[in-house]
Design a protein around this ligand. Structure first.
Ligand code: FAD
Ligand code: 2HG
Ligand code: ZN
Length: 495
């Protein structure tokens, strides 16, 4: 996407040679003037989808909160714009520059600071990779209360900055509940130490909440404390085939009733997404019978294997007897459980296989959730952009730019991922999608971003989910924290 066409460079200053010399005295620096090439800088300029590309010539890699503070003190004084960057797995273009903003990459700020096994509170640097944090906690019989497909690369600071939702929100709740404290460096370099480890603290405004989901627009998160649950001793994963979306909803209600406290994930994948995973990975599908239009992955987590097994088996029998699901399989060990999860977690990567994906990450009331996918698919066919017959992606005739319109997501949270896989980003496709999708969402009082955030992708469209007064208050907050507008400019909301 050529964002330079719609955005003009703001009033911040361009980086000059003396600036680089100054930053070199603070922390490790990547820049052509320090012998780095454009390809060294490319990974910091390009997002995970390869859709957004910045032109920074300066990447800073601080190793301490103090260094972040020194960097921002200087940037503030010089009005130099910055982009905080974690694992760069964000899906809305928020983690890369638009123009030549300085990238402040947090990957070298990566120490676990402390863990208290009695309270379950972990305190760690923002740049700790999510999977590393979870593996550390596993050794202490605890679990990070967030899990997502990008866990091997994303940072816990990035997770907090995006208020990531993930695969087990239904069980462990939002980061707004589990994050107990945040240490952040404000745009002028001041360190805000709100790194509390207390669960209860009603002494004034809850400032850390402002940083959760602020996407690097109010400051740089350098440390996080988070309440981590005990790691469940028993986990089960089941994978079901279903014939209708009504059956998916029925299965969800039954799972909540019959699995209740042990239910830890309820994910839906449509038939098309599963066909594509099979086609691209070449893997044998988990269920051998006829393909169905919907699949569901259910996970249970509890403390007593026998109890959980008995509950899940009773549930399985019930949903089969009632004809709610047409087929199902239960993982027999951890390897099988991981393989079943692969059919869900692998979808985002598979859909990028043909060249591009238009991604909509939306909240919709459950009864209407899949209608959006049907409507978008119908529009694409009507406009001659998608082949009417569902065929293998490899056989889609070249005149159709759209490979597939698919829907999957976190049913337990009413969160749909509508993904439109294309051969290449294409204006014709974009015109059919927008503003159609946003107007559709507005009509059902949904949200245009359930979990990925606004970044640059949704900045123009936030008004479909938020009112004028809300936006005005948000802008005032931004101006209060960052009067010079140096923090992640051109993103989030228009200022
Ligand atoms: P980045 O991508 O580096 O940054 C994201 C935003 O946060 C940017 O605006 C950046 O400026 C800001 N930021 C990063 N670090 C900091 C910091 N320390 N201080 C201040 N601002 C900062 N999201 C979900 O919610 N649920 C999912 O299930 C999910 N699954 C995903 C699966 C895949 C395969 C991928 C690629 C992404 C997925 N995501 C999901 C998107 C999600 O937002 C990110 O994966 C993750 O939370 C971002 O972390 P990050 O460290 O990569 O941040
Ligand atoms: C997921 O749930 C992520 O897998 C990514 O939020 C969704 O790529 C997407 O659209
Ligand atoms: Zn998701």
């Amino acid at each position: 996407m050529n964002t330079t066409r719609i955005l003009r460079r703001g009033l911040t200053t361009a980086v000059a040679r003396p600036d680089i010399a100054h930053f070199q005295s603070i922390c490790p620096v990547l820049s052509p003037s320090t012998g780095h090439t454009a390809s060294d800088l490319d990974p910091f300029n390009t997002d995970w989808m390869r859709k957004y590309r910045g032109q920074t010539t300066l990447v800073l890699k601080p190793t301490s909160t103090h260094q972040v503070s020194q960097i921002l003190t200087y940037c503030h004084a010089r009005a130099l714009a910055v982009v905080p960057q974690g694992g760069n797995t964000g899906l809305v273009g928020g983690s890369v520059p638009i123009f030549d903003e300085i990238v402040i990459n947090l990957s070298a700020l990566n120490k676990i600071r402390s863990f208290d096994a009695v309270s379950g509170v972990l305190t760690a640097d923002a740049g700790v990779i999510l999977e590393v944090a979870d593996q550390y906690l596993a050794q202490q019989s605890h679990l990070f209360p967030l899990d997502l497909g990008a866990k091997g690369s994303c940072h816990i600071g990035g997770n907090v900055a995006t208020n990531a939702g993930g695969l087990r929100l239904l069980r462990y709740g939002s980061l707004h509940g589990s994050v107990l404290g945040v240490e952040a460096v404000l745009p002028d370099g001041t360190v805000l130490d709100d790194l509390s480890t207390l669960r209860k603290n009603n002494t004034g405004y809850d400032l850390k909440q402002l940083f959760i989901g602020s996407e690097g627009t109010l400051g740089i998160i350098t440390g996080v404390s988070i309440l981590c649950p005990q790691r469940p001793a028993a986990t089960n994963v089941a994978f079901f085939a279903l014939d209708s979306y009504e059956a998916v909803q029925r299965a969800f209600t039954m799972a909540k009733t019959e699995l209740s406290e042990i239910l830890s994930a309820f994910e839906m994948m449509d038939g098309r997404s599963q066909e594509l995973v099979a086609e691209v990975t070449g893997k044998r599908r988990p269920l051998e019978g006829e393909a169905t239009p919907y699949y569901v992955l259910i996970e249970t987590s509890g403390s007593n294997k026998e109890h959980d097994d008995a509950k899940l088996e009773a549930f399985l029998e019930h949903v089969m007897e009632e004809g709610v699901v047409s087929d199902g399989v239960l993982a027999q060990d951890e390897t099988q459980a991981r393989a079943l999860w692969g059919w869900r977690e692998g979808i985002p990567e598979v859909l990028g296989h043909w060249g591009g994906v238009y991604k909509y990450d939306v909240s919709i009331p459950l009864p209407q959730l899949y209608d959006l996918v049907r409507d978008v698919r119908a529009r694409m066919v009507e406009e001659g952009l998608l082949s009417e017959t569902d065929r293998a992606a490899a056989e889609t005739p070249a005149e159709f730019p759209v490979i597939a319109v698919t829907g999957y997501g976190h049913i337990g949270d009413s969160n749909l991922h509508l993904n439109v896989a294309v051969r290449a980003y294409d204006k014709r496709v974009e015109k059919v999608l927008e503003p159609f999708v946003y107007e559709w969402i507005q009509k059902v009082r949904g949200s245009v971003s359930a979990e990925h955030g606004l970044g640059v992708a949704k900045r123009e469209f936030v008004g479909y989910s938020r009112g004028e007064t809300e936006l005005k208050v948000m802008k005032s907050l931004k101006d209060l924290f960052d009067p010079k507008g140096i923090m992640n400019p051109y993103k989030y909301i228009k200022s």
